[in-house]
Design a protein around this ligand. Structure first.
Ligand code: PLP
Length: 392
């Protein structure tokens, strides 16, 4: 007799984006010609920088020769990639041997759950990227919600929140688009020291930070190395959502309550559950972090932020409060007194726009919609026209 993992029953009925997909499929069945525009799932649309695609192509070709063939790679990822991450992303604050290359941030978020005892509860920003909650529930943890609303500037009130040994924190945040300030992150790090918590910091949207005062990494904050690890991704950095590449940075000072280093167990976990990111993706990552690659990927982020500005205009003209979108590819639209799933259905059926109901990201998202600025310019222009005509 095979018994189901009982924690799976704690998951909400359907993963948020599957639920949206089903509702869209129902509309498509009834109206196959409906000109849908997706402002929903945060998937990139713009082509890879040519230098990145060319480098991956050359390496793929080389694999057909004895000299260029490679098999399993080093456990922590290729040395040249870790060197470049250390210098170009972390300006030396994180050493190459503190970096573990992965097949993406979401995969690492799931695997990280294996590091900690199920009795360790986890705090998440409310609203938050659903994978933090869902992977924690499957791991058998209690999840504590830390409200992040316009009233507190989308930063949790650390004097009143329920403490938890683990803290998922995302900045710039999905879905609110809020980028935490240096002062806020300093307070978070001090809080983690005081409560002996570990911050699982998700920097997937760091490439969208435009203000030089806004930290791109938790390791820009004094004292972070003792209390934080960081999960990074090439998905939004370089349009690698399909290519797949990410990393986790674990400083050597970061340890469990018994003093043993996290990095040792993480190394054991990834060598047990994972055999490394594709070597072709890793070569693509190396190309991204060369000077011309860095310039090209910065232009990609600027492109999506211009999309965000296009979408923002009609919403603000309609008198709505719109957050995010300036240092993140998401707009977080406040619709007080309106149920977000109802508004989702309204925009889907009347404007053929697919948005994400804020309720899907946590209780504090109830009266919000998330609009993604990932899209081609013409589709974003059309979406902006439709938003201007829609009644929200
Ligand atoms: N972290 C956040 C906050 C995200 O929004 C996403 C994807 O949308 C991910 C991680 C997933 O990143 P990856 O594609 O590297 O798995």
């Amino acid at each position: 007799m095979v018994v189901r993992n009982p924690h799976l029953a704690r998951l909400p009925g359907s993963y948020l984006f599957s639920e949206i997909g089903q509702r869209v499929a129902t509309l498509r069945k009834a109206r196959p010609d409906a000109p849908l525009i997706r402002l929903s799932i945060g998937d990139t649309t713009e082509p890879l920088p040519p230098s990145v695609a060319a480098h991956m192509g050359e390496r793929a070709q080389a694999m057909a020769s004895q000299a260029g063939y490679v098999g399993y790679g080093p456990e922590r990822g290729m040395e040249p990639l870790r060197q470049l991450l250390s210098s170009a992303v972390y300006q030396g604050r994180i050493a190459p041997d503190e970096l573990f290359v992965s097949d993406g941030a979401k995969c690492d978020i799931g695997r990280l759950q294996l590091l900690f005892d199920p009795s360790c509860s986890v705090a998440v920003q409310d609203p938050a990227y659903p994978a933090y909650v869902d992977t924690s529930l499957v791991a058998g943890r209690k999840v504590v919600y830390w409200p992040c609303t316009p009233e507190n500037g989308f930063f949790p009130d650390l004097d009143t929140v329920e403490p938890a040994p683990l803290i998922f924190f995302c900045s710039p945040a999905n879905p609110t688009g809020a980028a935490a300030t240096r002062d806020q992150l300093q307070r978070l790090v001090e809080y983690a020291h005081a409560h002996r918590s570990i911050i699982l910091y998700d920097s997937a949207y760091a490439p969208f930070v435009r203000d030089s005062q806004t930290p791109r990494s938790i390791f820009e904050i004094d004292g972070a190395r003792q209390v934080a690890l960081e999960i990074g991704s090439f998905s939004k950095l370089a349009g690698f959502t399909g290519v797949r590449l990410g990393w986790t940075a674990i400083p050597r000072e970061l340890s469990f309550a018994d003093g043993s280093p996290l990095a040792t167990d993480w190394s054991r976990i990834i060598t047990t559950f994972f055999n490394g990111a594709s070597c072709l993706s890793q070569w693509g990552g190396v190309a991204c972090l060369q000077p011309d690659g860095l310039q090209a990927i910065d232009q990609l982020a600027t492109y999506y932020l211009s999309n965000a500005a296009l979408l923002r205009a009609p919403l603000e003209a309609a008198g709505l409060s719109v957050y995010g979108g300036r240092q993140a590819p998401y707009l977080w639209v406040h619709t007080p007194g309106r149920d977000s799933w109802e508004l989702f259905a309204h925009l889907l059926h009347t404007a053929h726009l697919v948005v994400v109901p804020g309720a899907g990201f946590g209780p504090s998202g109830r009266n919000f919609l998330r609009l993604s600025a990932f899209g081609t310019r013409p589709s974003m222009e059309e979406a902006a026209h439709r938003l201007a005509a829609a009644t929200i």
